[in-house]
Design a protein. Structure first.
Length: 522
């Protein structure tokens, strides 16, 4: 039996299991770029308007840190600037989640051991996972090329390679993380941390250098995607660099996979104390979730410090450009441009906090499907008490991370600390609504619990790129974040947040009732 025996069967199984998730990820990552020409073309319908936008964006370090410099003022160049980084990040997230799901998660649940008892080679599971990620990124890249071909085929191909190549860089990075760790959660954390570091390096490099050739930018895979320079004098040697890194990481992952047993890892976890020190289900849940809470809290604090330092450049950025003012007003909902920028950054922190909340809820789902919840519930511990132990940090944790984000904004901005803290905490009703949707899915339809990630991702897409795409108000209103007061500086209308809080309470209660009435899912 060869090391790749059974690869075809495992690949078909992976594609079948993710037959909904993979097309959806590809559609979001590639489709947003594909519809970019229509939206930006309507807002900037003359060459002079596009040139003015490109000059103002490139001249401002704050916007370069978010999106990078503009390398061309053509419509294709503006689409590549505005949506290219976002699409690359989406492809990276989808890829790392896919690879970990079909490698370390399969080992953690014991399913891989059952499969390995048959005619399955040692490298087949990893190969199948990488092929599934390759299919995802190829589909996203083809959507980008098809959507932008009318703006110039060379630039469309370059941007497609940038998006798909970035996805494969982080797919192979996740393959490495899956060999190093014993849990899928930690593997995702390592790969996600690498993605966050890549974004921070690119942002730091671009904020200080408008050419895109900063050393920090070149240390980041997202910087490589930017420096392919679609529609701005394509650099065709950069995809070769991306391919070399993908091949090197793949080879290293294969080498590590060949040197460990199924279920083992190179970073073994330390055994706990011989005598248990946790006296309740809530204490156990908090212990399980404390690492994620600390990591997210630190990330929000650092993000707030970065965003706050960019606020003073917002007014300089837009100047007299009415179109740019309109985009900021729609994204932040304010007349004063600095307040609009801060409101936009606060909203972004809120949407990211929704991802944390959904992940915290679904940690309980993981405990159930892995079989670790069953021994706890076999005694006197009831389901509602056990579930509450996980839901308390899921609903209170976002308050902490948002407070740290608001604190970072206020400290870096240098004033309005109280209002910025309040603005950050005002995002909680929408965050709780997303968490409640995840609770309802977990309790009522556990097989579809992962759709909670889709809901959070949809809200992030609608909030971050929806205004720039000039989507109808009815579409933007699907997100609970669209109904929050736009703070700081806006009208603090509290009825919508109260209604969202009530909706979150109702959905959470419905999910817990459904959990109590159904069988455990293993």
């Amino acid at each position: 039996m060869t090391a790749l025996a059974g690869t075809g069967t495992l690949t078909r199984l992976a594609l079948r299991r993710d037959r909904l998730a993979l097309p959806l990820w590809a559609l979001v990552a590639g489709g947003l770029v594909a519809i970019g020409p229509g939206s930006l073309g309507g807002l900037y319908d003359t060459a002079a308007a596009r040139a003015e936008l490109a000059a103002s964006m490139t001249a401002n370090g704050s916007m370069r840190s978010l999106y990078g410099p503009v390398f061309a003022d053509s419509l294709g160049g503006l689409v590549a600037w505005r949506f290219g980084t976002f699409a690359a990040v989406l492809a990276a997230v989808a890829s790392l989640v896919t690879v970990v799901r079909h490698t370390r998660e399969e080992e953690e649940t014991g399913r891989q051991e059952l499969l390995s008892a048959g005619a399955v080679g040692r490298r087949a599971p990893l190969t199948a996972a990488l092929l599934a990620a390759l299919a995802l990124n190829a589909a996203a890249a083809l959507l980008v090329v098809a959507g932008l071909a009318g703006q110039g085929l060379a630039g469309a191909v370059a941007l497609g390679l940038a998006v798909g190549g970035t996805g494969m860089v982080f797919a192979t990075a996740a393959a490495l993380a899956a060999q190093l760790t014993e849990s899928a959660r930690l593997a995702k954390g390592l790969a996600g941390g690498a993605l966050g570091l890549a974004f921070a390096l690119r942002a730091a490099g671009d904020s200080g250098d408008a050419s895109g050739d900063s050393v920090l930018t070149w240390l980041s895979p997202l910087g490589w995607a930017e420096n392919i320079r679609a529609y701005g004098g394509e650099r065709w040697w950069v995809p070769l660099l991306v391919a070399a890194v993908v091949l090197a990481q793949t080879a290293l992952a294969y080498g590590l996979a060949a040197r460990r047993d199924v279920g083992a890892s190179f970073l073994a976890t330390r055994p706990g104390p011989a005598t248990g020190q946790l006296g309740s289900a809530g204490a156990l849940a908090l212990r399980l979730q404390r690492g994620a809470l600390l990591g997210w809290g630190l990330g929000f604090l650092l993000g707030g410090l970065v965003f706050g330092g960019m606020a003073e450049g917002a007014a300089e950025l837009v100047g007299d450009n009415e179109r740019t003012r309109e985009i900021f007003a729609r994204m932040g909902g304010q007349t004063a441009l600095t307040d609009a920028f801060l409101a936009t950054m606060v909203s972004l922190l809120g949407m990211l906090a929704g991802l944390y909340a959904v992940g915290a809820v679904l940690r309980a789902h993981t405990e159930e499907t892995s079989g670790r919840a069953e021994p706890l519930l076999a005694g006197s511990l009831g389901r509602l008490r056990w579930a509450a132990g996980h839901l308390v940090p899921a609903f209170t944790g976002p308050a902490l991370v948002l407070a740290l984000g608001g604190l970072g904004l206020g400290l870096s901005y240098g004033r309005d600390l109280g209002p910025l803290l309040g603005a950050a905490l005002a995002q909680l009703p929408a965050v709780w609504t997303l968490a409640a949707v995840a609770v309802l899915l977990w309790g009522a339809v556990p097989a579809a619990a992962g759709a909670g990630w889709g809901a959070a991702g949809l809200c992030l897409a609608l909030g971050w790129v929806g205004p720039a795409l000039d989507l109808p108000r009815a579409v933007l209103d699907v997100s609970p974040y669209a109904h929050l007061p736009k703070l700081p500086g806006g009208d603090p209308a509290w009825l919508p947040p109260l209604l969202l809080t009530g909706l979150a309470a109702v959905l959470t209660a419905a999910g817990l009732v459904a959990l109590r009435r159904r069988d455990l899912r293993v």
